[in-house]
Design a binder for this molecule. Sequence first.
Ligand SMILES: Nc1nc2c(c(=O)[nH]1)N[C@H]1C(S)=C(S)[C@@H](COP(=O)(O)O)O[C@H]1N2
Ligand SMILES: [Mo]
Length: 500
Amino acid sequence: MSRTAGRLRGNADRLAVALLAGIAGVAGSYAVAGSTPGFVAGPIAGLLARVTPGAVVAAAIVVLGDLGHQLTLLGAVAIAVAGLGGAGSLGVAVADRTSTPLAGAVVATPVGAVLAFAVTFAPAASAVAGLGVGAVVAAAELLAARTTPGFSRRRRRVVGGAASALGLGAAGVLLGSGAGAESTDSDAPSVGDGAEFDTPVSAMLADAASNSLEVAGLEGLVSEEFYTVDINATDPTVPAGDWTLTVTGDVAQEVGYSYEELLGMAAENRFVSLRCVGERLNGRKLDTAVWTGVPLSELVEPAGVPENCCVMLRAADDYFEEFPLAALQDDGLLAFGMNGQLLPRSHGYPARALIPGHWGEINVKWLTEIEVLEEPAEGYWEQRGWHGTGPVNTVAKLHVDNRLEDGRIEVAGHAYAGTRGVERVEVSTDGGDTWAEATLSEPLPGDDVWRQWVYRYDAPGERHEVVVRATDGTGELQPRERADSYPSGATGWVSKTIRP
Ligand SMILES: Nc1nc2c(c(=O)[nH]1)N[C@H]1C(S)=C(S)[C@@H](COP(=O)(O)O)O[C@H]1N2
Ligand SMILES: [Mo]
């Protein structure tokens, strides 16, 4: 044991340089790829998420929320650092054996690049990953080879590695956060091109703004920050020029559409809300935007679809979800615009499905294929135990409690019931004994839109519990019984203790 410990200590400087080289390699990859699948940790995180048992994923979603996602990414970064560190370690060994400092970098650079490429198939980002590894090995070994009085060879090695890794790491993070960011791709048409695309949307956004309740801290009727949920740590980059949507499976003839063809079709602008089945009862994964797109039924019809049970939607990130064909034909939209802009990459550029009233998960982003099925099948999340392909549960959220100048208390939030619509929101300030009606925002045009609610009351001067519940457009009261989001979406009335 002491021998192992001794050897470890003897090699601690080499190990440190290898890890530092791994960090610089990962940073190099990030510098070029940013948050795209070209980033070496991206596919690793995706793999981790896919091999994790569904029950563990569900527990992580319910207990940890977004933190689970971040932990996965952190784990993936650690694995990538270790892997590229291997290339660094090889470089250090070569430099030592040959007593040629630069020989280490000459070996470590291509090995690191090849490793990164094997994971990402992204040549440029992998090359820079390799260079990051090589640069740290070179810096460490060059400094180690110098003779500086008072500094051991080992210490010089680590200082050289650390200094270079620090510089490269910082540069990588800086460059990467700009790389591949929001935008679309360079051959995409600019939004200003189509006046028709823009003008009605501006009017709708103005309408939403003027109909939003004036409550401090309450998000408007169109979300400023729209949530995202993804199976992968990095979003796919799909150039519009390469994109096609095909309608396949049990059809008379397969049909396909290019991005140009899609943009050439008569488009609609709609307010649509989305809610994730995995969100907590009073969570924040419920948002609304104005979407621009083409009815999905018009795209599917030319394929000649018999009376059929289901469709499987497939996407560029290998995501897939199945649900009844009728839901798609009913009022589904293939959206390519969001709030008057082309769809951001994070929300599915070039195009995504919007299936009114259904949980977010079947609103497939980066959509590439609609396969018509003869028999039901399981989607990505259903394979992991979720029941998220149906209509949303009714919910009233409580996100704001303000103390007004006149001494009253103001509570407010949003309510959503999919295509059933929200008819009423009631508030109790005594833990559910008595109820009063809240004021609702004017309904926006559209069949699948949330509403805001607000209620103001005299402060009772003591601790009390506010409870809120919605009634949907069919007259059905939101169920009181509490359930976690797994597997069928959170249920229950939101309540909050308010202190004077
Ligand atoms: N291709 C693809 N589509 C997807 C997902 C995904 O991971 N990949 N996530 C789904 C889930 S679970 C939700 S809740 C919504 C969220 O849409 P948003 O990210 O635009 O808010 O997208 C759905 N569509
Ligand atoms: Mo979701």
